[in-house]
Ligand binder design. Structure first.
Ligand SMILES: [Zn+2]
Length: 355
């Protein structure tokens, strides 16, 4: 499929015809990234919600379509709202909403604000970087007072928010969606890391095929639309803050498998039900998989100084990969493609920080 990476479409206050009968037809009616502007009571302010940066993460789109088609159009949101639906082409590949990005292109949420540009990457994926800039521009041009980016995890996972700042506003915004805010200083060239001069959070709504995740996204959109003033809201519920997770990655070229038992595969084998750990975490002494004779050398877990700290988190017991501490895991997935391209999971040592 030939993609026009310079395309971006705008729809102002869509009517029922623009919205089609369901979110799938609505999606198929779009030809590329689409900006939907909704007029609010206070037209000098705008709140921005982005979604579908990855085409396989549907909660934001589903919730947005539900909000647009069920709201009382006479009751305007408190401020203008701008929704940006990003990777439409990937999402339209059949089966719908299953493809993270188009074959041969790059995950667009790794193409924002590259600080040390890798010329070969930028040349190879020129269109993706161009699109990332267009989306960033579409956020900045309305000087948003808040910016929320809606995502899903590939496997079942509780809802959590991610931000690079802990402020009253980011805690309040989080409380619209969930009870966990992950403070992250990871530099992945994601949209959330960009400076929009306003509270900016990512919401991982939950598993991509989980109705509850769509429900979370919908409830959050309603709250953002109806909230009088983000700076002065009573937090909806207590929010637990989790500090600075790291990403566990397989080293380049290492074989990754998933299994219920030790099958003696080379490289790393994670337990087939690795996503269970997204809920309760993994305890000291608990095994999460198996590993070949190269042991921890198969993996790396870099801290922000670029030092490998895998020894602090895991050890090898015979050929089992075992937790050295009580750990919390996020976005653990048995989707091999995502695990190899992105990471096996995010991990943090367990503490209790309920604010
Ligand atoms: Zn995502």
């Amino acid at each position: 499929m030939e993609i026009d990476f310079s395309e971006i479409n705008y729809i102002q206050d869509p009517n029922w015809r623009d919205l089609h009968a369901d979110y799938e037809q609505f999606l198929l009616s779009m030809t590329g990234p689409t900006v939907i502007d909704i007029t609010g009571l206070e037209t000098k302010k705008c709140r921005v919600i982005t979604t579908l940066l990855q085409g396989s993460e549907p909660s934001g789109l589903i919730a947005l379509h539900r909000w647009l088609t069920t709201r009382n159009v006479k009751e305007l949101p408190k401020t203008n709202l701008r929704f940006i639906i990003c990777s439409v082409e990937a999402a339209c590949v059949k089966p719908l909403l299953s493809k993270r990005f188009i074959d041969g292109s790059k995950d667009i949420n790794r193409c924002f604000g590259e600080k040390e540009p890798d010329k070969i990457q930028i040349e190879k994926y020129k269109g993706c970087y161009e699109r990332a800039q267009l989306i960033e521009q579409a956020v900045k041009e309305v000087n948003p007072e808040v910016m929320v980016d809606l995502h899903n995890a590939p496997n079942p996972c509780p809802t959590f928010a991610v931000s690079s700042k802990i402020t009253t506003e980011t805690l309040s915004l989080t409380s619209f969606f969930c009870q966990t805010l992950v403070l992250s200083d990871l530099q992945l060239c994601s949209l959330m890391e960009q400076d929009f001069s306003c509270p900016t959070i990512t919401i991982e709504c939950g598993g991509r095929v989980d109705e509850q995740a769509h429900e979370v996204a919908y409830a959050g959109i309603c709250q953002i639309a109806n909230c009088e003033d983000i700076g002065y809201i009573q937090q909806e519920r207590g929010v637990e803050v989790i500090y600075l997770p790291l990403r566990l990655q397989a080293r380049e070229g290492v074989n990754l498998s998933y299994a219920d038992h030790d099958e003696g595969y080379s490289g790393i084998t994670l337990k087939q039900n690795i996503d269970y750990f997204n809920f309760g975490g993994a305890n000291q002494g608990e095994m999460i998989g198996w590993i070949d004779g190269n042991g921890l050398e198969n993996l790396h877990l870099l801290n922000k100084h670029g030092c490998d700290v895998i020894d602090e988190y895991f050890y090898i017991r015979e050929n089992q990969l075992v937790c050295k501490q009580n750990l919390r895991l996020f976005k653990a997935t048995s989707d091999k493609q995502i695990a190899l391209n992105d990471c096996l999971f995010y991990v943090v040592k367990k503490t209790n920080n309920r604010l």
